[in-house]
Design a binder for this molecule. Structure first.
Ligand SMILES: Nc1ncnc2c1ncn2[C@@H]1O[C@H](COP(=O)(O)OP(=O)(O)OP(=O)(O)O)[C@@H](O)[C@H]1O
Length: 265
């Protein structure tokens, strides 16, 4: 990361991303602008293939933008950003390490002493409800437990930024709801900046301070929606008229763009 502009959070201005493949060129993102203030929980929803994962990878510095400016915590992103944790849809745990070992791997890959992070790792496992599973191996865990372990791993080095790419997408509905409740509780304790990608409009509205709705590819931010639901947003939040109105607003936008159809009545 290079030059500093002195601003916190995430700042994207005029960001485009073009992929060149043997089949031709794909414009994944087109002149996208987005600001995520420090400490905000921002959810991104959009149709499949609109560039959500691309957006997350650009913020993480895992690939460069074709044009435009990407800044994280006031510095231009010019390579992998180290002060963040990432959770993907698939937890990618190491089969030969137990749960504690997988969480501590975060320290290992950063060249830090795993022993020095042991207490923090155990505390995080407690926070994600895995305190009794520290010495279990990934194949002994359910999908939800594996994802809990990967969240603990993403938080080990206490990064100010958490990037989550459809983290609950592979989970059953009940586990997903529980993970949503637990993630909110975890976030309320730490108030990290979160960029959370999901296909679920309900999940986005229930978790986020603001929801960014993306257009079909090439992706741009089509609408930014403030969610004024009080926290914590328990199960009753689904019955709150503000929840229902926000979900309807996003759904109407998808209908208008042809992302959803056949459900106009
Ligand atoms: N490495 C790559 N090489 C070539 N094309 C790519 C690459 N990564 C993404 N794309 C293309 O860019 C577009 C956006 O992909 P991306 O994965 O960001 O979408 P998405 O919104 O996350 O999709 P989904 O919701 O289905 O996961 C797609 O058309 C995809 O085929």
């Amino acid at each position: 990361m290079g030059e500093s502009s002195g601003e916190g959070g995430i700042h994207l201005a005029g960001v485009s991303k073009r992929f060149r493949t043997r089949q031709g060129e794909t414009l994944a993102l087109d002149a996208l602008d987005l600001d995520v203030p420090e400490g905000e929980f921002l959810a991104v929803v959009g149709p499949s293939g609109c560039g959500k994962s691309t957006l997350l990878r650009l913020v993480a510095g895992l690939m460069p933008a074709s044009s435009g400016s990407v800044q994280v915590f006031g510095r231009d992103v010019a390579g992998p950003v180290t002060e963040l944790g990432i959770v993907f849809q698939q937890p990618v745990l190491l089969d030969w390490r137990d749960v504690l070992g997988n969480v501590l791997f975060q320290a290992g890959i950063r060249g830090l002493s795993e022993a020095a992070f042991r207490d923090r790792a155990l505390a995080l496992l407690r926070q994600v409800g895995l305190e009794d599973f520290a010495d279990r191996y990934p194949h002994e865990l359910s999908g939800g437990m594996r994802q809990r372990a990967s969240i603990a791993r993403a938080l080990l080095h206490d990064p100010p930024l958490l990037l989550m790419d459809e983290p609950f997408g592979a989970l059953d509905a009940l586990t997903r709801e529980q993970m949503r409740l637990d993630l909110e509780a975890l976030w309320m304790r730490s108030r990290k900046t979160v960029l959370f990608i999901t296909h679920s409009v309900d999940e986005a509205v229930l978790l986020a301070d603001r929801v960014a709705v993306m257009s079909p590819r090439p992706g741009r931010i089509e609408r930014l929606l403030q969610v004024d639901l009080p926290r914590p947003r328990g199960l009753a939040a689904r019955r709150d008229p503000r929840f229902i109105a926000a979900v309807e607003e996003v759904t109407a936008l998808f209908l208008a763009r042809g992302v959803l159809h056949g459900a106009e009545t």
